[in-house]
Design a protein around this ligand. Structure first.
Ligand code: PSU
Ligand code: MN
Length: 301
């Protein structure tokens, strides 16, 4: 197999011990240096504290890797590497280049390696102005045909959230709020939209995963939408104001394609005095911890 799975991750999968996949785009393109490396290491440590094995995913020198050592994590954090969606994987491999994997590429590689649980910050989705730009993250289409459980704080609030929820419904991707009847809003605990299903414990999530397998229907993901704690969320008024400015700046500067999401996230960090970064990190930390608990409940099955 061309996929390089680290020894620790391979052994854990083989022994059915809990493993949590982590994406690398958030490290390379979602967080400022040098904070990004600290966060990458901290997230791995958080998975370990819960008794699971972290498997950060990236492509290094053309080789897709599941499970990175410290030096490899440093490369992801410090080198100017590309952002790779799942469609980019064969191109990056043949070119022998390195890249950080988005949710779509990470989910695909993690599933190929036999990992069932994945934690991230916020999913990509349908962008505002979609009718003009047709910008919809490849995350959604990939999750519609990959059996993986993604723990996230909803979809990024820079998106058109109701349109994204509708697209997930159309694509047939299962969505459940974790401990909430509201769909979380990434930097915010509540996006303002409801969810149809609520799960309250890791064991309940694992039961849904087993039901997916028992049904043996065409593969699709399970999205576990876990809100950032309200005490750590971004002030909603500040969020609304700065986001409007960010979207305007993005349009004025003609930013398009893969650059849109990193541009908007970076704009929010710079114009909220780091408060958006604080909320983003709180959300990711909570997701990683919950994912490790879900992986543990799943491994017990
Ligand atoms: N969530 C974050 N930071 C990020 C991303 C998500 O907190 O950087 C990344 C994820 O990797 C996601 C990607 O898959 O943004 C979506 O990018 P696009 O909209 O170009 O598909
Ligand atoms: Mn896009």
């Amino acid at each position: 197999m061309v996929l390089v799975v680290s020894e620790e991750v391979r052994e854990a999968i083989g022994a059915r011990r809990p493993v949590v996949a982590l994406e690398s785009t958030i490290i390379a393109h979602g967080l400022p240096r040098p904070r990004n490396l600290e966060v990458a290491l901290e997230l791995e440590e958080a998975v370990r504290r819960e008794g699971a094995v972290p498997a950060t995913v990236a492509v290094l020198d053309g080789r897709p890797r599941v499970g990175l050592d410290k030096e490899e994590l440093e490369r992801v954090a410090n080198e100017d590497i590309r952002k790779l969606g799942h469609r980019d994987l064969p191109l990056a491999m043949a070119a022998g280049v390195s890249g950080a994997t988005t949710v779509s590429a990470t989910a695909q590689l993690a599933a190929l390696a036999g990992i069932r649980v994945f934690a991230t910050g916020g999913l990509g989705g349908v962008h505002r102005e979609w009718t003009v730009t047709q910008d919809e993250s490849a995350d959604l289409g990939l999750l519609a045909r990959t059996r993986i459980t993604v723990v996230c704080a909803g979809v990024k609030s820079i998106l058109d959230v109701p349109a994204t929820l509708q697209r997930l419904e159309t694509l047939g991707v299962a969505v459940a709020g974790y401990g909430t009847h509201r769909f979380p809003g990434f930097y915010l605990a509540d996006s303002g939209h409801p969810v149809d299903w609520t799960l309250d414990t890791p064991a309940q999530v694992a039961a849904v995963m087993r039901a997916q397998d028992a049904l043996d229907a065409p593969e699709s993901a399970l999205i576990v939408a876990n809100p950032v704690p309200e005490a750590e969320q971004l002030d909603p008024a500040l969020h609304g104001r700065v986001l409007a400015d960010a979207l305007r700046a993005c349009a004025e500067r003609g930013v398009t394609g893969q650059a849109v999401t990193p541009f908007l996230l970076d704009y929010l960090v710079r114009h909220t005095d780091g408060a958006s970064l604080h909320a983003n990190l709180a959300a990711v930390r909570g997701n990683v911890r919950l994912a490790a608990r879900i992986a543990t409940a799943w491994a017990r099955g």
